[in-house]
Design a protein around this ligand. Sequence first.
Ligand SMILES: [Zn+2]
Length: 57
Amino acid sequence: MAGANFLRVTCNDCGNEAVVFSRASSVISCPVCGSTLAVPKGGKADLVGSSLVETLE
Ligand SMILES: [Zn+2]
């Protein structure tokens, strides 16, 4: 499945590290502080409250 992978991100609010699916179909919240990390947009996750650390192949 081309273009689908996992993204390691850090929460902008608390710095917690989380892994999100690049084609997430629902809102992803930080498990620690509850901030929104990513929202689905155009068939892929749009990072809104998090910063990309690395892309996992
Ligand atoms: Zn957080």
